[in-house]
Design a protein around this ligand. Sequence first.
Ligand SMILES: [Fe+2]
Length: 163
Amino acid sequence: MNDSRGSRIDTIRDIVNYRYNNIPDRYLRNEAFIHTHGVAQAAALIAMKRGQNVELSVIAGLLHDISRYTTGISHEHGPNGSKMAREIMRDTDLFTESEITEVCGAIYFHSEKKHHHLPFDEVLKDADVMQHLTGDPLDPPTKKDLERCRALAVEFNLAWEEP
Ligand SMILES: [Fe+2]
C-alpha cells in the first residue's frame, strides 16, 4: 500500500470528478455530480447512525454510479459499476482486497432496493434513496423507493409527507 498525502476519500473523489468532467452532456454531468456527492454524504450520515464503516460507505457512494454516468448505460449498472470500482480502487493501491470486496459488493447490489443484503450494503441503497428524497424534496419518490423512504423517515425522524 502506498502512502498518500490526501485521504483515501479525497483520492477517490478526485478520480470520480476527473471522469465526470468528461461527460459531454452538461445536464447529465450536473446530475452526476449532484447525485454522486449527495449519495456520498448521505452514506456518511447513515453509516454514522448505524455504526457502519463511514469511510468505506462514502467511497461506495462516490463510486456507485460510475458506470451509469460514464457509459450512459443504466442497465446492469450495479454489476458493471462494481467491476469499474474494483479496478479504480486496485489502481490506487490504497485499499486491502477485503475493503475492495466490501465496497464493490455494495455497489453490485445497490439497485436491488426491494431486497435486503448486508448492513453495509443497505447503507448505500438507503443513501441512494435519501439523495433522491433530499436532492429535490418536491419530486415524489418512485414506487420502488417508497418503502425505503418510509423507513428512513422513521429512522431519522423526518417530517416527510408521503405523496
Ligand atoms: Fe445512484
